[in-house]
Design a protein around this ligand. Structure first.
Ligand SMILES: [Zn+2]
Length: 90
């Protein structure tokens, strides 16, 4: 029997919203040849256009792995002593 204990009450997990942090980084990988788009932040459109153009140049290459990397931050929850020290800029 597997037993898991997850203790998360003192910390909360959410998206990274710090200055300069992208909401996501998008890229596309051709599953036929392994060619990959340049990763782009915030906007998935360049990866989509890359895939369409890639198939245009290689009509047999029609399957892609689309990746969206996102960023998380864990912050101290109410009652966690780190919450106070973070608030003081420590
Ligand atoms: Zn390809």
């Amino acid at each position: 029997m597997t037993r898991s204990i997850i203790r998360a009450a003192d910390w909360t997990l959410g998206p990274e919203t710090g200055r300069g942090a992208p909401e996501a980084i998008f890229s596309a990988l051709c599953l036929s040849c392994g060619d990959e788009s340049q990763p782009t932040g915030e906007d998935r459109l360049p990866a989509e256009i890359w895939a369409l153009k890639h198939t245009g140049r290689n009509p047999a290459h029609r399957q892609f792995k689309a990746t969206a990397e996102t960023f998380w931050r864990v912050t101290p929850a109410e009652g966690n002593p780190y919450r106070e020290s973070d608030a003081q800029g420590a």
